[in-house]
Design a protein around this ligand. Structure first.
Ligand code: COA
Ligand code: AMP
Length: 630
């Protein structure tokens, strides 16, 4: 079936369409119906089914005779190792880990925080939770201890599974000391922690709290898969909102199994047995959906790459991995390709490798700029497909579905709405806008299976943040437009979220940290355009009256503060001290005007500005920092 036929079939009978997609999943008790709308605008899918996520990702493939197929390839240039784990081995390892967790009381509904780098044990920990019906919450390694502590306090885990260390080029990331610091700050105490000791740095264990990964599993009986209700949360994944308090996106079990399995074939064009590589991190939604669950549910081999696109050791790293493992489909963020292109603009390194296995490159996580798309197309000779989604949705809202027959690629557009998503571009009053006009991109409720039904412990925040503004719609937080043929164009965020190297960050969270500096009276953080990372944050600090300290020293302290409180991933490296911030007469800081000045874009003097002269001061401060670029 073509895309148009598929979308029309879904639109004609959404519930029947999803019930048919659900047939690809192994159910303990099949759903009697697809949609549960009794609590609208809170919707659930497959709520009366019983199912197990780990069974569908692992055990069923062993039973079907795929036990000897490689399930996971861990390719780690930072440790110089490549490791392959078959589906049968994965089953054995996950069942034993789950058995050890169960023996210590972890069961259905208990939360388990996972704080691990890109090692297969991270996937095993996720799958062991799914096996028991425990709800995992993976925390990205680039966050600092206070961010981990905030997630521990919100998720209140019974157990934490962590690694002793991660490896970034040129430095060891001390996961265990970061965990210790987070636990010292957190109010919540887990019953126990399991520590996977890596040889690059062996951590000191805290007696009575910490257990060694191997010793703890010794003699444990393998645990069977525990059936859970279809709407049971598979995981919580925290993402940045407009404030410092991260939002816990809840992922329901059955919906994500059905939707991810469908996308593997229809969106990515994968057949079971082939090799899929999402070059992301398990700490992000891409890692959840397309390093862990999607490829495994679909019976693919997943590549887990512990390295960077450049520098580990060079800009040929991606090509080596594709060739070595016969990767059929690569998924990454545009920033990774910008990094490669910067080091090897002519693509000389590409030609040293046999990339004949590769059928397509998928990009997401940030806007894919036309230059990068064209460069990738020219080097790889395969379709380069931008697609658009969010942590909240867990899978593509819009894409160009390779498995349904590729539509003509329109550079600059992440494609067309996927079945399940009735995407509308709305004006401020919530009225649909005609093609070509920029507005808020919203999705008519209900969202499809696999998307968030709510936020963990924060139903009111879910309603306020996503549902209240446009009744009957889910507000994506993105602005964009559609063309005459229904292709979407996603242009910017409508909130204070910025996107740094494909990582979603809150400028509000950074402002909260800066405001805590004893010399800072007021501050603003904006995202400015960056040729490598898409955007980077930049801070403005107004000091307390009478503060006579050196401005450069205070700016350096501010940079350190954000690194220590939020983490290196924020990439907050630029700050300037200014006398005043530009505001409207009602006191709202004019962040978007400041960002336009920094980017050298045309801007209009806001009619409501309190004192236009302040913008000159901001322009001068920006010039000192080297903005606008070029
Ligand atoms: N654990 C600890 N620290 C981490 C980390 C992790 N898992 N991942 C990144 N960091 C640190 C980096 O070491 C860096 O620290 P530094 O300030 O000391 O140099 C900082 O966080 C910023 O990292 P990053 O944004 O990755 O920048 P980079 O300069 O190291 O690399 C790219 C730039 C483009 C190569 C890199 O961003 C990249 O590979 N991006 C791919 C995109 C991606 O994976 N997106 C995920 C969503 S699909
Ligand atoms: P995250 O939740 O971290 O995946 O970030 C989601 C946000 O990243 C979206 O709301 C968009 O702002 C942005 N984004 C993701 N994919 C794309 C894309 N293909 N084009 C433009 N923006 C994107």
């Amino acid at each position: 079936m073509s895309y148009a036929e598929t979308y029309a079939a879904w639109a004609a009978d959404p519930e029947g369409w999803w019930m048919r997609a659900a047939r690809a999943i192994d159910w303990v008790r099949p759903p009697s119906r697809a949609l549960w709308a009794g609590r609208a605008p809170f919707y659930e899918w497959f709520a009366d089914a019983e199912v197990n996520g780990c069974w569908n990702a692992v055990d069923r493939h062993v039973r079907a005779g795929r036990g000897s197929q490689t399930a996971v390839i861990h390719d780690s240039p930072v440790t110089g190792t490549i490791r392959r784990i078959s589906y049968a081995e994965l089953q054995e390892r996950v069942a034993r880990l789950a058995g050890a967790l169960a023996a210590r009381g972890v069961g259905v509904g208990d939360r388990v925080v996972i704080y691990m780098p890109m090692v297969p044990e991270a996937l095993e920990a996720m799958l062991a939770c799914a096996r028991l019906g425990a709800i995992h919450s993976v925390v990205f390694g680039g966050f600092a201890a206070p961010e981990l502590a905030a997630r521990i306090d919100d998720a209140t885990p019974k157990a934490i599974i962590a690694a002793s260390c991660g490896i970034e080029p040129g430095r060891i990331v001390h996961y265990k000391p970061l965990l210790d610091a987070a636990l010292a700050q957190a109010r919540h105490r887990p019953a126990f922690c399991v520590i996977f000791q890596r040889e690059q740095e062996v951590a000191r264990l805290t007696p009575g709290r910490d257990l060694d990964w191997h010793a703890f599993q010794f003699g444990a009986a393998p645990a069977p898969c525990v059936p859970v209700a279809g709407n049971h949360p598979a995981y919580i994944l925290y993402t940045s909102g407009t404030t410092g308090q991260p939002k816990g996106v809840v992922r329901p079990t059955a919906g994500h199994l059905v939707a991810l399995n469908w996308t593997m074939g229809a969106v990515y064009g994968m057949k079971p047995g082939e090799v899929f590589w999402a070059a992301s991190d398990v700490g992000w939604v891409v890692g959840h959906s397309y390093i862990c669950y999607g490829p495994l549910i679909h019976g693919n081999t997943t590549v887990m790459y512990e390295g960077k696109p450049v520098g580990t050791p060079d800009a040929a790293a991606f090509w080596r991995v594709i060739e070595a493992h016969r990767v059929a489909c690569l998924f990454t963020a545009p920033t990774a390709f910008r990094a490669i292109k910067r080091e090897d603009p002519g693509g000389a390194l590409v030609r040293h490798h046999d990339l004949s296995s590769l059928r397509a490159l998928f990009l997401a996580g940030e806007r894919a700029d036309p230059d990068t798309i064209r460069w990738a197309e020219a080097q790889l000779g395969v379709p380069v497909i931008d697609h658009w989604w969010q942590t909240e949705t867990g899978w593509a809202i819009a894409a160009n579905p390779l498995g349904l027959g590729l539509l003509p690629v329109r550079v600059g557009s992440p494609g067309v709405p996927m079945p399940g998503y009735d995407v509308q571009v709305l004006d401020e009053g919530g009225h649909p806008l005609p093609p070509g006009q920029l507005g808020a991109v919203a999705v008519r409720l209900p969202l499809p299976p696999g998307t968030l039904p709510t936020l963990w412990n924060a139903e009111a925040r879910f309603r306020k943040g996503y549902l209240d503004h446009f009744p009957g719609f889910y507000e994506t937080g993105d602005a964009g437009y559609r063309d005459e043929d229904g292709y979407l164009y996603i242009m910017a965020r409508t909130d204070d979220v910025i996107n740094v190297a494909g990582h979603r960050l809150s400028t509000g969270a950074m402002e909260e940290v800066l405001a805590s500096h004893p010399d800072v009276a007021e501050c603003a953080v904006i995202g400015v355009a960056d040729p490598l990372k898409g955007q980077v944050p930049l801070g403005f600090l107004c000091l307390n009256k009478g503060c006579a300290r050196d401005h450069a020293e205070i700016a350096a302290e501010a940079v350190r503060l954000v690194r220590d409180r939020i983490g290196p991933v924020a990439d907050f490296k630029r700050a300037a001290v200014v006398e005043r911030l530009p505001k409207t007469r009602s006191g709202k800081i004019l962040r978007s005007t400041m960002a336009k000045i920094a980017d050298g874009e045309p801007w209009k003097m806001p009619a409501t500005i309190d004192d236009p002269a302040i913008l000159d001061e901001i322009g001068a401060a920006l010039r000192q920092l080297g903005y606008p670029r070029g």
